[in-house]
Design a protein around this ligand. Structure first.
Ligand code: BEZ
Ligand code: FE
Length: 285
């Protein structure tokens, strides 16, 4: 096919969307067509490569279910998730930065009291997490809803365990001053799931699968933009090569280790434990 005939195919497809009533949908499908066709033209896509691509996406769909989201993982390793986070970043530089959501958030996690423990049996050094939620102008946000989730010390989320287990996740409500505190386990670095098509793609391209240790947060409060973020553990060797490009300097925090003894909430620990403080700043919706 010569250039003009290739362009004619693209033009015909774009014209087919002319009647789309929703202007935003029209913009998206037209642009998608332009870029998808441009990609095929640029790499001179062969029939076999097209088939391989379709088979790859079919595998991504087949392996996805309620507890595994291979499409999100694909978006993450292609950097599309972080690009979208960046495009939609809060205008204020004071607000806490967002990062990738990832595939391991689960609706309906258990509620914990302030000062409670999200470990629910997840293995790892106990970690005392404190902070507060406030607006960009410093006003505390009482009653903010915080959801947290994390991998255990072996680098696995509960949804990767055998059976229907809940561990390393929970939610709480900030106090009247926007303060929050809870126990968790010290986050560990882990490899993203590599036993599916996304793992095959990373292997074929010689890319790593590791994510630096982190604790996930999703913070909601009426009138404010939802914040989806993590805190990363300072000093982790994978901070400069996160498989999903999620690290931002402002989200890296110290998790100092303390000897056995009494923690700030009176809990007595017979082994070492860690702590971290994370101040959360939300932007108005
Ligand atoms: C996560 O942090 O849970 C995650 C993010 C992206 C891909 C895989 C895991
Ligand atoms: Fe994670």
């Amino acid at each position: 096919m010569d250039e003009a005939r290739e362009q004619a195919v693209t033009d015909e497809v774009i014209a087919s969307f002319a009647g789309t009533k929703d202007e935003r949908l029209k913009e998206i499908v037209e642009s998608l067509t332009r870029h998808l066709h441009g990609f095929a033209r640029e790499v001179r896509l062969t029939q076999e490569e097209w088939t391989a691509g379709i088979e790859f996406l079919t595998r991504v769909g087949h392996i996805t279910d309620d507890r595994r989201q291979e499409f999100i993982l694909l978006s993450d390793v292609l950097g599309l998730s972080m690009l979208t986070v960046g495009i939609n970043a809060p205008a204020s530089t004071e607000a806490t930065q967002s990062t990738v959501f990832g595939p391991f958030f689960v609706e309906g996690a258990p509620e914990i009291e302030l000062g409670g423990d999200i470990a629910f049996g997840a293995k790892g050094n106990p970690c005392w997490v404190t902070g507060s939620v406030r607006a960009v102008d410093g006003t505390p946000i009482p009653g903010a809803h915080l959801e947290m989730w994390e991998a255990d010390e072996d680098g696995f989320y509960d949804v990767q365990y055998e059976g229907d287990v809940t561990a390393g996740r929970g939610w709480l409500t900030a106090d009247d001053d926007g303060g929050y505190r809870f126990w968790s386990v010290l986050p560990s670095a882990y490899g993203i799931p590599d036993d599916g098509p996304v793992g095959d793609m990373l292997a074929a391209t010689g890319r790593g699968t590791m994510r630096p240790a982190h604790l996930h947060f999703k913070v909601d409060a009426p009138g404010y933009r939802t914040l989806i973020t993590h805190i990363f553990v300072a000093g982790d060797e994978h901070l400069d090569r996160d498989a999903v490009f999620g690290v931002k300097d402002s989200l890296v925090a110290d998790f100092p280790e303390h000897p056995a003894g009494t923690a700030p909430d009176g809990r007595v620990l017979d082994g070492p434990w860690n702590s971290v403080n994370f101040e959360i700043v939300l932007e108005k919706a």
